[in-house]
Ligand binder design. Sequence first.
Ligand code: NAG
Ligand code: NAG
Ligand code: NAG
Ligand code: NAG
Ligand code: NAG
Ligand code: NAG
Ligand code: NAG
Ligand code: NAG
Length: 503
Amino acid sequence: MLLQVDDTPLNLFAVLEVKREPPQRWGTLGGVRRIRIYSFLFGLAVMFFITASYILTGDKKGLLLTPSPYHFSTLVSPGTLTFNLSAAKDDAHIKEVVRSITSKVEFGSSRHLPDLKALVNSEPHMFSVIPRKFLPGIKNPCWYEEYSGNLSSDPYRTNLYAHYSKRFRTVFQQLRNTFQEHLIHRDGKAYRMRCLPYFYIIGQPKCGTTDLYDRLRLHPDVKFTTFKEPHWWTRKRFGIIRLSEGFHDRYPVEDYLDLFDQAAHQIQGNLSVNGSASPSQPNVIIGEASASTMWDNNAWVYFYDNSTEGGPPFLIQDFLHALQPHARFIVMLRDPVERLYSDYLYFGIANKSAEDFHEKVSESLQLFEGCLTEYTLRSCVYNTTVNNALPVRLQVGLYIVYLMDWLSVVSREQVLVLRLEDHATNRKYTMHRVFDFLRLEPPTKEIESEITESPASNTRRPADKNLGPMLPITKEILRDFYRPFNEKLAKVLRNDSFIWEND
Ligand SMILES: *[C@@H]1O[C@H](CO)[C@@H](O)[C@H](O)[C@H]1NC(C)=O
Ligand SMILES: *[C@@H]1O[C@H](CO)[C@@H](O)[C@H](O)[C@H]1NC(C)=O
Ligand SMILES: *[C@@H]1O[C@H](CO)[C@@H](O)[C@H](O)[C@H]1NC(C)=O
Ligand SMILES: *[C@@H]1O[C@H](CO)[C@@H](O)[C@H](O)[C@H]1NC(C)=O
Ligand SMILES: *[C@@H]1O[C@H](CO)[C@@H](O)[C@H](O)[C@H]1NC(C)=O
Ligand SMILES: *[C@@H]1O[C@H](CO)[C@@H](O)[C@H](O)[C@H]1NC(C)=O
Ligand SMILES: *[C@@H]1O[C@H](CO)[C@@H](O)[C@H](O)[C@H]1NC(C)=O
Ligand SMILES: *[C@@H]1O[C@H](CO)[C@@H](O)[C@H](O)[C@H]1NC(C)=O
């Protein structure tokens, strides 16, 4: 049951009407000047960047909640591959494979968009829990939900996130202790504030999203879920906890919403301060940063109509857009060639070496080419069988394929696309673009320097640094493979820096 905003004269709503000035925007002039100063250091920085190679790469964090082995290896196999790998493995052959792939790349037909009815039919519960309208006057999407549970029992006792994470149980303990005092009673009913994120950092893995997250959370108006990656949209709602395991119970949307309760309490706290309070309240916005949201639709084949070969009938963004038409999405990308090596080093298990990487790349390219001889590019990218079979996650670097599908439902203004290379050389520039995009008040000078100067997060493990860079031949092959995708990306984003030819 939802509390109707329009016809409920809750006193709280009077507070909501407080006139607020539009948040100040970051001056672009200062930014430009900074860019000039920084361009002076750019050569040096790039050199450092190359030498230190992949600074912002893997360190296993939050092991419990970040699925690491990345394939649905022990899940039911969704079919077998219908083509054979060629016995020839020499580089000339692989180059031929890449030529064959690039000759088949086409971004032609746009996908068939599902209508709202079909989305609601496929996830009726989700649509019944989340209202079509959020509270007015609050920047973040929030609403009041009737609380019909037994007031003397634990509201978080069935939450599956808590079931699988000790850290989460601690957080829920705190929430539990203050749960009652946050309930609002009206006409014999109790209501709790519920919120969804104002913005999502949706991708890509090994592109610096953890670093962005760690900096952004230092802004006083930004709150995140208690841990970085809930992976609810792509995995938990299908019952996927670790990709190496089979299916578990599907996490209901309420369990996901519980992750925002801490932030909701803060927003609620800001609301109940008297109307005369500072006009900037409540400006708190919530983010979530699951780096799988942009690309990982692999669960579709097990849950949706898989009889057509055109790819998934529903994508994550269809649901997100239907529920939150004004949500904002941040995408951090990097040279897909470097991303792949970083991904391999982070997720690879045994016998990591530049030679092993080369072999895995060669095999992956052949598998991908095998798929392209029978199916379209798009259906290969979303083909779970193919994705599971690839020894390295080639497809995650095909940014444009995913981006075009996001832009088929959300407007260009709702998506901010950043490059890790820019972030690594000039954090001030990327952070200001993020503040601007999220319409955040500029932080104080002190907080700003804390945000831009704290050390990089999630950098490459020392043991992996010893492995050195990939082989030049692997790099050459991968560069040829990704080139047409990067070129299209640069065209869609109207910026040649996304070709990554000079990095
Ligand atoms: C397609 O979905 C059905 C259930 O609707 C499932 O039994 C079957 O295994 C799926 N096929 C593939 C190839 O995954
Ligand atoms: C995915 O690729 C496999 C192997 O080529 C093929 O058998 C299967 O039909 C494809 N699945 C879909 C849904 O296109
Ligand atoms: C794959 O290899 C097997 C055994 O070598 C052969 O029988 C089969 O015809 C091959 N399939 C294709 C599609 O080439
Ligand atoms: C509520 O829960 C408490 C303890 O869990 C129990 O003693 C009580 O009977 C319950 N009340 C109702 C109305 O279910
Ligand atoms: C209101 O929000 C600010 C952050 O914008 C926070 O620091 C403050 O503690 C909040 N006030 C209350 C009463 O929760
Ligand atoms: C809110 O305003 C009322 C009267 O205007 C006052 O009595 C009360 O102390 C105020 N509360 C807070 C938290 O400022
Ligand atoms: C790692 O390499 C050793 C020696 O080359 C080999 O015996 C072993 O099977 C390899 N392990 C894996 C998981 O590939
Ligand atoms: C292209 O992107 C780079 C950063 O990646 C930025 O510095 C530059 O201003 C952008 N160019 C245009 C025309 O937007």
